[in-house]
Design a protein around this ligand. Structure first.
Ligand code: GAR
Length: 212
């Protein structure tokens, strides 16, 4: 059976994209295209270094978010894509986009959702807020994306302890390490048809189809 094709959307460094390239690409899925909304995103170089097609679709070229999202949709629709992975993609996608690709979009967020997520919580800001609040645990979440930011059913979460001498950067670095484990794992589970969505509950099955 041929591997499922995925599209990865990025905005920056692309360390999560790199984890997908190292752990998933040509093993449990094929990264068919990497799309960035930022032309200088380092993740584009990571993709090119691995002969993966890239495309820049910038909000600057469109007069509204809807038009920008339609361009993204059209690019993805040209291909036979089974899954869209938001790997550090910093734009909020339109309702139409989410409707069009219902249950086919997953996102990685650097906190334990529903803490420190939603509008205004992205990148280093998430870790600044977690430290400011004084939480003892933080972590990362991979979830299905829906019409609301950081809201859809959770696939995998993993926690890390927050230390008293943590800076946002130190915490970010530790959390990125677990992001690089759980994002490839979630993509693998999806591409092996081992995920079922039951309302808000994501059910994961083993290789034999048994619920785990
Ligand atoms: C990651 O920490 C990702 O979880 C976060 O941006 C970073 C991107 O890093 N995403 C969000 O904050 C989305 N709300 P990367 O470009 O090195 O993968």
């Amino acid at each position: 059976m041929s591997l499922k094709k995925i599209a990865v959307l990025i905005s920056g460094g692309g360390s999560n994209l790199q984890a997908l390239i190292d752990k998933v690409h040509k093993k449990s899925a094929v990264i068919d295209i990497v799309i960035s909304d930022e032309e200088d995103a380092y993740g584009l170089i990571r993709a090119k270094n691995n002969d993966i097609e890239t495309k820049v679709i910038s909000t600057k070229s469109y007069s509204s978010r809807e038009e920008f999202c339609t361009a993204l949709m059209e690019e993805i629709d040209k291909r036979d894509i089974s899954l869209i992975v938001l790997a550090g993609f910093m734009k909020i996608l339109s309702k139409d986009f989410m409707h069009h690709f219902k249950e086919k979009v997953i996102n990685i967020h650097p906190s334990l959702i529903p803490s420190f997520c939603g509008k205004g919580y992205y990148g280093i800001k998430v870790h600044e807020k977690a430290i400011e609040y004084g939480v003892k645990l933080s972590g990362a979440t991979v979830h299905f994306a829906d019409e609301k930011a950081d809201n859809g059913p959770i696939i995998i979460q993993k926690s890390v302890e927050v230390k008293s001498d943590d800076t946002p950067k130190k915490l970010q670095d530790r959390i990125l390490k677990i992001e690089h484990e759980i994002l490839p794992k979630a993509v693998e589970l999806f591409c092996e048809d081992r995920i079922e969505i039951n309302e808000r509950m994501v059910v994961i099955k083993d290789n034999k189809g048994e619920v785990i």
